[in-house]
Each structure stands twice: as C-alpha cells, then as structure tokens.
Design a protein around this ligand. Structure first.
Ligand SMILES: C[S@@+](CC[C@H](N)C(=O)[O-])C[C@H]1O[C@@H](n2cnc3c(N)ncnc32)[C@H](O)[C@@H]1O
Length: 204
C-alpha cells in the first residue's frame, strides 16, 4: 500500500515521506489546517472521554495547559470538564482557530521546548500528539515538568505503521518516552494502552 503522508493529517507541509526528513528544521511539525485536526474519524481515535478520565483521576487538577494545542481540541475537552484551560502552540493560524473554538481559554504562542510560563503554573500539563514533533524530547519533557504542579500527561500514537497518523519514523517508542521521563526527573511513570493510542501519566 502506498502511504500518502498528507492523508493522515498530522505531519508536515511536504509531499513524500523522504521530503519530510530532508527539509531540515521542522520536518516533523504538523503543517495541515484545522479541518484535518477536527475530522470526525480523528476525533474518534482520540478517545477523548477515556483520556479525560485517566488524566483527571484523583481529582487534584483544576487547571490545565494544553501544549501544542493546535485548534484546541484537548483544551476544549478539559474546559468541558470544568478545568481552567490554557494552550500554547507555535502555529499562529491554529491558535486563532483555538481562540474561536474555546473562547474561555487563554491561548498564547509558545514552543514546548521553552514554555512561556512560570514554574508550577498549572496542575496538569497535557501534550496531545505533539511530543513526537520535537527534536528535543528531553527538553520538552523537562519543560512540561517545570510548569506542572501535579502531573504531566502525554498522548501519543502507538509505535506501529498505520494508514492514519505520522509515519513510523516520526513515532516514539513507548520505552523511550518512559526512559526519558525518568531521566528528566519524573517521580512516577505510568503507561496506559488505549484502543488506538498510548497515554503516559507522569507524576512530578
Ligand atoms: C498533530 S498537531 C496536534 C494538535 C492538537 N494537540 C490536537 O491533538 O488536536 C501538532 C501540534 O503541535 C504543534 N507543535 C509542533 N511543534 C511544536 C513546538 N515545538 N512547540 C509547540 N507546539 C508545537 C503544531 O503546530 C500543531 O498544532
């Protein structure tokens, strides 16, 4: 089967998979628009209800930062659960869309490798389909830990080739996420396999 790297709606502005690796700079970064992020088939794969439940277990979280928020899908879901929601992203066009979709949340420009927030600003820091887009996983994890008061949650694609989602070369091995999370200092690291995704729950 021939993969169309743009059909999954997750990666890159480019064409063939080889181009996604050859361009230098941000070849793994999502380059699509809001439509792909809010396609019903994608939203179904995200298992939003289960993700919310697992992230909010214990009831200690009242505020959340959605890192790499895109059009604000997760910020919206958390706000719907009564959390004070904020989001950041490097893509201004998507941030504009997020502001329309989730008017009650505070969205600002900011990179996961250098979050524009003070230490301990949010109970929960959430990264949904974002960590695999950085070239510096350690730095992104350390930044998430720095601005989190209670926990960090990471939703990622499983490490397998699939028609939907980023190519295998861009995906993270779950063991790598767990190992790097421990290496940057998280006190607890739990991995939950969902029907279509991997969820990592990291305790500060
Ligand atoms: C596949 S989209 C996911 C968007 C959203 N989290 C969702 O699941 O609907 C990845 C998002 O991460 C953002 N992103 C990529 N690199 C980033 C970085 N270094 N810092 C912050 N956001 C980044 C992209 O602009 C894009 O909005």
């Amino acid at each position: 089967m021939t993969r169309d790297p743009n059909s999954h709606g997750e990666t890159g502005a480019g064409g063939a998979a080889s181009e996604l690796h050859g361009g230098g700079g941000h070849d793994k970064r999502y380059g699509g628009g809001v439509e792909k992020l809010r396609r019903p088939e994608r939203l179904e794969l995200l298992e939003l209800g289960r993700v919310m439940q697992l992230c909010l277990e214990g009831g200690a979280c009242r505020s959340v930062l959605d890192v790499g928020t895109g059009s604000g899908v997760f910020a919206e879901a958390f706000a719907g659960r009564g959390l004070e929601a904020a989001g950041c992203d490097v893509n201004e066009a998507l941030l504009e869309e997020a502001r329309k979709q989730v008017p009650g949340a505070a969205f600002v420009a900011g990179a996961m490798e250098r979050l524009p927030y003070e230490d301990g600003s949010f109970d929960l820091v959430f990264l949904g389909h974002v960590l695999h887009e950085t070239d510096d996983v350690d730095r992104a994890l350390a930044e998430a830990r720095r601005v989190a008061r209670v926990r960090v949650a990471i939703l990622e694609w499983p490490f397998r080739e699939e028609e939907l989602g980023p190519p295998l070369a861009h995906r993270l091995r779950p063991e790598q996420v767990e190992e790097r999370a421990r290496a940057v200092g998280f006190g607890s690291v739990e991995r939950r396999e969902l029907c279509h995704m991997e969820l990592f729950l990291l305790g500060r």
